[in-house]
Design a protein around this ligand. Structure first.
Ligand SMILES: *Cc1c(COP(=O)(O)O)cnc(C)c1O
Length: 357
């Protein structure tokens, strides 16, 4: 089979489970669409991509991903436009980032065709699972993990790639109370913080839980050397508006290169705002707040697009930020991004890929 000509064989469900889905009341991450894409890497090549009914799989207890953590993932959303078509937002960027993560974790690159055609065919089959309701979407979870049944420490010789999906409701998260983390680190220079690796998430759960016990939704990571510079907010990139300028830390080996981050910065520049990608110190944030110049703070990521930050805690003090309604830059960009993703605004950067059903 030539990968170029690939049309992925599908074994379809005999009975869809779509009746389980209440479009008006979708719980995040609990109901999965009918089908999944599966491909396996062995003998030095990706083989046998196929679409199967969503369901459990057999795994040996010695599956190496479970022991040594060669596991990476992506997260993306498909939306429905006014004509009922299904739209993907920047899927090639997710594909490229998956392979960047794969390289860092010593895993094989996935061919573009398997990712892109897999997505397209899955979405055609499971189009009914893309909610028509405003603000809702079908969340897609591509991921790859090591499958050798072997408990010696070495890169696995075999891997599995899967894409499955689940409908998600509108993000009505309340504005976040976050706290700057003074002790734990998410990633260090030379580490794997830029990769979307499962282990990065595992190691972040305890620090996040401890912050939650102190009454904060999320933490803001600081650099591993001095805890002096801002990195990210939980599992989102983080941005500030100070004195009318949009400021965010530059991407590096420690910061994940968010697609939402890039989209927000691009639109901000389009709109004519001043954008600065540079180191942001905790001291600068505190000083800007004292001077009344810290106007906005928010996280960016696929799940929320823009998650507003209401309060930032540092060193025993809560800094309360201006009301969400007063935040010109983030509100304007958030609204425009939502419109682009759902086909209601022009798409000057060719971010949207339409799936013809
Ligand atoms: C996925 C992720 C983001 C956001 O990336 P998007 O492409 O915008 O969804 C930011 N930070 C971390 C640590 C992430 O894992």
């Amino acid at each position: 089979m030539s990968i170029d000509m690939l049309t992925i064989p599908a074994q379809c469900v005999t009975q869809s489970r779509i009746e389980e889905l209440d479009y008006n009341n979708i719980e995040f991450g609990k109901i999965f669409s009918d089908h999944m894409l599966v491909a396996d890497y062995k003998d030095g090549a990706w083989q046998n991509p196929q679409i199967l009914p969503y369901g459990p799989m057999d795994l040996s207890p010695a599956t190496s991903a479970l022991h040594y953590g060669q596991a990476i993932f992506e997260g993306m959303k498909a939306y429905r436009d006014a004509n009922g078509d299904v739209l993907l937002f920047r899927p090639l960027d997710n594909f490229n980032r998956l392979n960047l993560s794969a390289e860092r974790m010593c895993m094989p690159a996935l061919p573009e065709d398997i990712f892109m055609q897999g997505l397209e065919q899955l979405l055609k089959l499971d189009a009914a699972w893309v909610p028509p309701t405003a603000g809702c979407a079908l969340y897609l979870r591509p991921f790859m993990f090591a499958t050798d049944n072997f408990i010696g420490v070495r890169p696995s010789d075999t891997y599995r790639f899967i894409i499955f999906s689940c409908p998600v409701g509108a993000y009505y998260g309340q504005p976040l109370k976050v706290a700057i983390e003074p002790n734990y680190v998410r990633s260090a220079e030379g580490g794997a913080g830029f990769a979307k690796a499962a282990g990065n998430y595992g190691a972040a759960l305890l620090p996040a839980r401890k912050m939650q016990e102190k009454g904060y939704h999320q933490l803001i990571w600081t650099d591993a050397k001095e805890h002096k510079y801002i990195e990210e907010s939980g599992t989102m990139n983080v941005m500030f508006v100070m004195d009318g300028k949009l400021v965010t830390p530059p991407v590096s080996t420690t910061i994940l290169k968010g697609i939402t981050r890039n989209s927000v910065l691009t639109l901000a520049r389009d709109f004519g705002y001043t954008v600065e990608e540079r180191k942001v110190s905790v001291d600068e944030i505190v000083a800007a707040h004292k001077a009344g110049k810290l106007q906005e703070a928010f996280g960016t990521g696929t799940a929320a697009t823009i998650a507003q930050i209401a309060t930032i805690h540092y060193n025993g003090e809560d800094m309360d930020l201006p009301a969400i309604e007063e935040r010109e830059i983030s509100n304007r960009i958030s609204a425009e991004l939502d419109k682009i993703k759902t086909g209601q605004s022009p798409d000057p950067h060719n971010w949207v890929q339409r799936i013809s059903l």
